[in-house]
Design a protein around this ligand. Structure first.
Ligand code: NAP
Length: 321
């Protein structure tokens, strides 16, 4: 996440006077080249936030909880990538293309949503603006990168082991992803949904401003290195013509339509890897329900699903100051 944030700050010419890189004592003293300058990583401390306007926090929930008050006391706005504060009532959960207005109600902290939820809401919002949503059913196909750089390395290494005829043993993920897939490994909740699935349910409702929207999710980890995919069934209060949905999604900000029916060509993770848009396609009438549409989407979850969305939130705040 940190590396991706640095790349995006550069690519998008984010207007900075000073950039501070913070980490634990493990990385303090390491250097990083950014826009031709050598920056030295500092150990996070209260003093590190002095004079800072914006903190892009991306070191996990417990670290975010530990430093929240020091950050806000220093007068900085914290855009937090962890799940620590997402469901707090006074913390806006923002996808700039979907609910930008929410960002301006912040009280020092804005939460960056879960990656699969960001990708889903980009496709839901333009449709929900035209017909009331009644229910959303989503199944995810989540890549190794969602579990961090070490999980990506493990997938490559264990794929090699299988190709050589060996038996793969995973250490980073709970099971080997090589030529395999498994249900998302986040902790199971009392209702037998895993944490990732309940994040999708609760965060989708909060971002869409539909507290009672029925949403159900099944999250699966698949042997893809980077970029998540989702199969989505969306039910409305009335029929939604496919051609109209296609036009709306084609025109929607942050969405790219990949829909070549003649050649049976629809979004794939490799179409969006390292890219900003969420690719949507295979929009079709649900043959089992006259009021529902089916669609498929792919998005780079490190980019739009995380770092890009965080930077866009910061840009949004600056646009009003
Ligand atoms: N990977 C994704 O796709 C993704 C997507 C959305 C959100 N997120 C969230 O973003 C956060 C980071 O994910 P990641 O994949 O980038 O993890 P990561 O590669 O493990 O990076 C974590 C960073 O946090 C620093 N850190 C760890 N403990 C610290 C501490 N006590 N104090 C200060 N800095 C500390 C680490 O530096 P040291 O080397 O000093 O420990 C490292 O720079 C997590 O909350 C994750 O849930 C990740």
């Amino acid at each position: 996440m940190g590396q991706e944030l640095l790349q995006l700050l550069d690519e998008r010419s984010f207007p900075l006077k000073e950039l501070r890189l913070l980490a634990s004592a493990r990385s303090a003293g390491r250097t990083q080249t950014w826009q031709g300058s050598q920056l030295t990583v500092q150990e996070v401390s209260e003093g590190a936030f002095e004079g800072v306007d914006l903190v892009l926090a991306s070191a996990g929930g417990s670290v975010s909880r530990q430093w929240r008050s020091a950050i806000t006391a220093a007068g900085a706005v914290m855009v937090d990538n962890s799940s620590a504060f997402r469901m707090e009532a006074d913390v806006p959960l923002v996808v700039p293309e979907v609910n930008p207005e929410a960002a301006f109600g912040h009280q020092g902290v804005i939460a960056n949503p879960n990656c699969t939820t960001i990708l889903l809401t980009l496709a839901l919002a333009p449709l929900a603006a035209c017909r009331a949503l009644r229910r959303v059913v989503v199944s995810t196909y989540q890549s190794a990168s969602g579990a961090g750089a070490r999980a990506m390395d493990e997938l490559k290494q264990l794929t090699e082991v299988v190709l050589q005829g060996g038996t793969p043993h995973s250490e980073v993920l709970p099971h080997s992803l090589a030529f395999n897939l498994f249900l998302h490994n986040s902790p199971l909740q009392a209702n037998s949904y895993c944490e990732e699935e309940m994040k999708m349910v609760n965060e989708t409702r909060k971002i869409m401003g539909l507290a009672d929207l029925p949403v159900t999710a099944t999250c699966v980890r698949v042997p893809v290195l980077r970029a998540h995919s989702e199969a989505v069934n969306i039910e409305f209060n009335e029929p939604f013509p496919v051609a109209e949905a296609r036009q709306l999604l084609k025109a929607a900000p942050g969405v790219e339509l990949i829909e070549d029916l003649e050649n049976n060509r629809f979004p794939m993770p490799t179409d969006v890897t390292g890219r900003d848009p969420v690719a949507v396609g295979r929009i079709r009438q649900d043959i089992s329900n006259p009021n529902a549409l089916e669609l498929w989407l792919c998005g780079d979850q490190i980019r739009k699903g995380a770092a890009l969305n965080a930077i866009q939130i910061a840009e949004l705040l600056m646009s009003s100051s």
